[in-house]
Each structure stands twice: as structure tokens, then as C-alpha cells.
Design a protein around this ligand. Structure first.
Ligand SMILES: Cc1cc2nc3c(=O)[nH]c(=O)nc-3n(C[C@H](O)[C@H](O)[C@H](O)COP(=O)(O)OP(=O)(O)OC[C@H]3O[C@@H](n4cnc5c(N)ncnc54)[C@H](O)[C@@H]3O)c2cc1C
Length: 333
């Protein structure tokens, strides 16, 4: 049963924990109820990539559709998972059942339904590689639709769903975990596990590394990487490397590279820099945190100050990676 609550606090519903409320909260547990909803609403999963910077004047639709079905075919294990299931719980469940594949994506916060939206990725793997199709409610056409992986237009932290914010409500995600499995340990600190590593050893290492590097939102409210790693031309990279030879970068294609935004923020000595209770994390410069009673204005001023300092020093524009909302809609700062 889908339930409606009036004027609900959003503090517990997003991991940055700003003290705002929504005009209403709709808890969606049954996909078919979408056809009955006529209001405008913002679609929310577990709120680990969304920050409400003001009281929100529309209802928030929290997707809480449960469900897990599994079939074994010659190609692999096919899973149909409810959008409201927790992503990490799914990773643990599949590995415990002897179905490897998702181990590199362990401990990424959030729901299964949000995973295809920004094509979650970590340690050299993206969820796109395992998505067979995505089931969704098309709010414009008012009908249920199914997108093949190709139609989802997956790219680095991007997809059709991210390009069309608000148009689709993802209800179920269909995954394929191939039976032919190979460990993926080429990325960073996983390399020391060696090419014979088991999937559970990889998952444990990923959990250990993530716990040591990233603040746990339950202890220190945050929304993960606040800024995107900027993509610049190789010409710009050349210019930057003459002044900053230690600047880390990763190849994107023949013309472009991705720069480490955290390194640039750290270079400017901004770790720990704060505006009120909104701060740059003192160990991980790409993460902004709420030290307790931050408000939206403080967070936005902090974000703008960091962007301005990076732009002045490096002539590089930092874009926000999290979904920031004002009282009505997504905002780009
Ligand atoms: C400590 C920390 C570490 C993180 N590390 C990583 C990482 O390594 N890699 C990575 O990729 N991300 C990372 N993230 C970001 C976050 O985990 C992902 O973006 C995750 O997919 C968000 O899930 P959610 O359910 O919390 O999404 P929400 O914040 O609730 O929503 C995110 C976006 O998806 C939309 N959305 C949510 N559910 C649905 C649905 N059912 N249908 C349609 N649209 C929907 C929302 O409208 C919003 O635009 C991290 C976040 C934190 C806090």
C-alpha cells in the first residue's frame, strides 16, 4: 500500500541531513499505484546523492518497491530487483548465493532504483555492465516502459534517466550476472589482491578501503563526492602540468582527460575549510560534510567558495555531482 504523509521532515531521508521538510511524502511500495498519482513530485531513493537546501514545496515520492526474483540461464543469473531494495544488501545477497559480479560495487550507499540513474561505479566497474533492462513509469506518456541497456544510454556517471530528470520513475532493475566470472582487481589498491582473488575477498577489500577513506554518512552526514572530476582537453592538461606537475589525471579519450578534483581542492589547503557547519571533509577533499547543524545557505556558500578558489587557481570549472534542490527544483551552482 502506498501511503501519504503531510509535511514530513526530510532530515532522516537524505544522508546530508539538512533540517528541511517536504510539503508531503508519498511512500511508494506498489509500482501500479504510479498510474493513480497525478501530483507533481520529486523521486527519491535513499537520499545519498540528493541534498534538500530549503523546505520543499512539492511532495517527495520515496520509492520503496521491494522484490527479488532470480532465474538461472545458460548465460548467467538473471535478477529482477525492486527499485526500493538497498544496493549493498543486493551485492551481499548475490555473493552469498555464489553469484559473483557486483563485488567491486560493494558499500555504495543508496537504492537499486537509483543505481542506473547515475550508472554507479567504483574500483573500475560500472553497474551498466550488469544491467539487462530497466523497468520504469514514464510520467509524460503515463505508461510503463522497459529500456534495454543500450536504450539507457549509459556513460560515465550518466544515463538517459539522469539526462531527463523527473521523467521516469524506475520500478524494477533487471541484472545479468554472467556465469563466466573474472576478478577485476586492476584498479588502485585492489591490485595487491592478485589475479586469483575470490569475489568475497574483493568485496571485503572494497569494504575495508571504503571505510578507511570515506566518512560514514551515519556518523558524519555527507553525500559522497560533492563535485565531479572535471574533464578537460589534453591541451589544457599540458598547460596545467607545467605549473602543477603532480596533478593526477586519467585518460578519457584521445582528446580529453579527467582531473582529480579532490587533489586540486587539497592543493589549495581547503581540507577542513568551513562555512558555519558545512565543511570540506578534513581527510577527503572531494566530500563536503555537515558537522551537525549546517543549513542550505551555508552549504551553497561553501560550494561556491570552493568552486571560485579552484577556478581562480587552475582556471577549471568544478561542477556539482550531487543533486541539489531548492524549494522547487534541481539547481546547478
Ligand atoms: C559516502 C558515499 C559514497 C558514495 N560513493 C559512490 C561511489 O563510489 N560511486 C557512485 O557512483 N556513487 C557514490 N555515491 C553516490 C550514491 O551512492 C549514488 O548516487 C546512489 O545511486 C544514490 O542512491 P539513492 O537511492 O540514495 O539515490 P537518491 O539520492 O535518493 O537519488 C539520486 C537521484 O536518482 C533519482 N532516483 C532515485 N531513485 C529513483 C527511481 N526509483 N527512479 C528514478 N529516479 C530515481 C533521484 O531523483 C535523484 O536524481 C556515494 C554516496 C555517499 C553518501
Amino acid at each position: 500500500m502506498t501511503t501519504h504523509h503531510k509535511h514530513t521532515s526530510l532530515k532522516e531521508l537524505h544522508t546530508f541531513r539538512l533540517p528541511y521538510s517536504a510539503q508531503a511524502l508519498i511512500e511508494l511500495t506498489c509500482a501500479n499505484d504510479l498510474a493513480e498519482l497525478n501530483d507533481d513530485y520529486y523521486v527519491l531513493g535513499e537520499g545519498s546523492n540528493t541534498i534538500f537546501t530549503e523546505d520543499f514545496s512539492y511532495p517527495v515520492l520515496r520509492v520503496a518497491i521491494e522484490g527479488y526474483e532470480q532465474t538461472s540461464t545458460e548465460q548467467g543469473y538473471e535478477l529482477r530487483v525492486g527499485a526500493g531494495e538497498n544496493w549493498h544488501a543486493l551485492v551481499v545477497r548475490t555473493l552469498s548465493a555464489g553469484m559473483p559480479g557486483l563485488e567491486n560495487l560493494a558499500l555504495i550507499p543508496g537504492s537499486v532504483g537509483a543505481a542506473p540513474v547515475q550508472n554507479i561505479g567504483a574500483y573500475g566497474v560500472e553497474v551498466a555492465e550488469y544491467v539487462r533492462s530497466v523497468e520504469a513509469w514514464d510520467r509524460q506518456a503515463r505508461k510503463f516502459v522497459v529500456f534495454t541497456a543500450e536504450e539507457c544510454q549509459f556513460a560515465y556517471r550518466d544515463s538517459l534517466f539522469k539526462k531527463r530528470p523527473g521523467r521516469y520513475v524506475i520500478t524494477y532493475v533487471n541484472l545479468l550476472l554472467p556465469k563466466q566470472w573474472q576478478p577485476r582487481v586492476s584498479y588502485g589498491a585492489l591490485a595487491e589482491l592478485g589475479a586469483e582473488a575470490s569475489a568475497s575477498a574483493i568485496m571485503e577489500a572494497v569494504i575495508r578501503i571504503r571505510n578507511s577513506k570515506l566518512p560514514n554518512p551515519k556518523e558524519l552526514p555527507n553525500a559522497g563526492s560533492f563535485f565531479k572530476n572535471p574533464i578537460v582537453s589534453r591541451g589544457d592538461l599540458k598547460r596545467l602540468l607545467t605549473t602543477y606537475p603532480a596533478l593526477p589525471y586519467f585518460s578519457v579519450d584521445a582528446q580529453h582527460v579527467k582531473l582529480a578534483a579532490g587533489w586540486m581542492i587539497d592543493y589549495l589547503g581547503l581540507k577542513g575549510f568551513s562555512v558555519g557547519d558545512a565543511a570540506v571533509h578534513d581527510k577527503q577533499a572531494l566530500v563536503l560534510v555537515n558537522k551537525g547543524s549546517a543549513c542550505g545557505t551555508e552549504l551553497l556558500s561553501l560550494a561556491k567558495a570552493v568552486q571560485a578558489r579552484v577556478a581562480k587557481e587552475f582556471s577549471v570549472a568544478l561542477e556539482v555531482e550531487v543533486r541539489l534542490l531548492n524549494d522547487k527544483e534541481l539547481i546547478n551552482v
